[in-house]
Design a protein around this ligand. Structure first.
Ligand code: FES
Ligand SMILES: [Fe+2]
Length: 409
């Protein structure tokens, strides 16, 4: 099922188990469907929470709201070097114990009765312990959540007894196939915004290129569309039990502007100006990237079910988290990872790259709330998907498999 498939137009033949039927709207986007997804997806799966570079020092912590799992989490970097995650909930009478979005601390002290916890979650102090006669302090630390770091990214699973380790969840090919690629670049930019659309509407807008010739015609069409691939089709897909990757090529005949050439030269990335030499230099890629071995490789998108994209490009990568906060709302995080600039020229080039990416993804965002506004009308009961939307279709199948309502071809 997961060998790289050849050029676009044949995905349906390569993956007959996905079929070509329309996909039902009421199974995915409604408030009722979301309640089911919370229990069976968001409280059961491994979720990519954030890059570990957000808490590099001992004492660093971040508080993450996970409305989709009905909780708030504290992620800590303790003195033993370990990264841990806890429910942000006092063991006494359930108040929160961390109140800022992030910081550096030695302890978390509840504002209700001052019970105090260490970075490892242990309850290290409570006032007047004699008031609690049958009470063992050691048993009342913060409730820990399964937490693992893979390729420089922190994953959590709020299921008290996760069905899989993170390695099992990702599967051996993904878990072992990137050789540190995702860990080698630090985060240089991040955008966060709440958008009025369902999380699947959001993620599906970023895993097909069928929209490229309309949505991104002006900003990026010439960089992607080439004489050999005039519609910017995806070139290869690999579909796993839950996750998926796709590869796309670039238009190496594109003639970059002077500013784009400078940005390429000083940022070490070729988003705006595909460069064969740079691509070749970068083709010493780990086995999971560019599995089809394209000479003019542009990008691979790894989609980790349910809510994360990692998109490798030439000399850098971007990543997105899609956190539902309601059936029709998603908090979106967009992150750019790149070699940090060391001088003014590189700083300007990296900034140019960041601004370019911001403008391209803003084009994607323009449609999302309009899509959401039509879904509740009932006018259409299903959605049609073409061959280039194989990743979207696979996402629905994975969702259906996990929710137990079945997927028919
Ligand atoms: S609720 Fe936290 S100390 Fe009482
Ligand atoms: Fe797009």
């Amino acid at each position: 099922m997961n060998n790289p498939t050849p050029f676009a137009g044949r995905f349906a033949k390569a993956y007959p188990e996905l079929g070509t039927k329309p996909l039902p709207i009421d199974k995915v986007y409604t408030a009722e469907a979301y309640e089911d997804q919370k229990e069976k997806i968001w409280k059961k799966m491994w979720l990519r929470l954030m890059p570990a570079c957000e808490i590099p020092n001992v004492g660093d912590y971040v508080v993450k709201e996970l409305e989709c799992a009905d909780t708030s989490l504290i992620v800590t970097h303790a003195a033993d070097g370990k990264i841990r995650a806890f429910h942000n909930m006092c063991s006494h009478r359930s108040n929160r114990v961390a109140y800022e979005e992030k910081g550096n601390t030695k302890t978390f002290k509840c504002r209700f009765h001052a019970w105090t916890y260490g970075l490892d979650g242990a309850l290290i102090h409570l006032p007047e312990p004699d008031l609690f006669p049958d009470f063992d302090q050691c048993d009342h630390g913060l409730s820990e959540v399964a937490c693992e770091v893979w390729e420089g990214h922190i994953f959590v699973n709020v299921d008290p007894e996760p069905q899989w380790t993170l390695e099992e969840y990702l599967g051996p090919e993904i878990y072992n196939g990137y050789n540190g690629f995702w860990a080698k670049y630090p985060m240089v930019a991040k955008y966060e915004v709440e958008v009025n659309c369902n999380w699947m509407v959001f993620i599906d807008a970023f895993i097909e290129t069928y929209h490229f010739s309309t949505v991104h015609a002006a900003s990026a069409g010439d960089v992607i569309n080439s004489t050999t691939n005039p519609n910017g089709y995806l070139d290869a897909a690999r579909l796993f039990e839950r996750h998926r990757t796709v590869s796309a090529d670039s238009n190496i005949e594109y003639n970059p502007t002077f500013a784009e050439s400078l940005a390429r030269k000083y940022s070490g990335s070729a988003t705006l100006a595909p460069d064969l030499e740079m691509i070749k230099a970068g083709l010493d890629l780990p086995p999971m990237l560019n599995p089809a071995g394209m000479d003019n490789w542009s990008t691979d998108i790894l989609v980790l079910f349910p809510m994360c994209n990692l998109q490798a490009l030439q000399g850098f990568y971007v990543s997105q988290n899609y956190w539902p906060t309601a059936h029709d709302k998603t908090r979106w995080e967009f992150m750019v990872f790149q070699t940090p600039p060391t001088n003014a020229a590189e700083e300007i080039a990296v900034e140019y790259n960041r601004a370019y990416l911001r403008d391209v993804v803003r084009e994607d965002l323009n449609n999302l709330e309009m899509i959401q506004s039509t879904l509740a009308s009932g006018a259409k009961r299903d959605q049609q998907l073409g061959d280039q939307e194989i990743m979207v279709r696979h996402g629905y199948k994975v969702l259906a498999d996990h929710l137990g309502y079945g997927y028919s071809v």
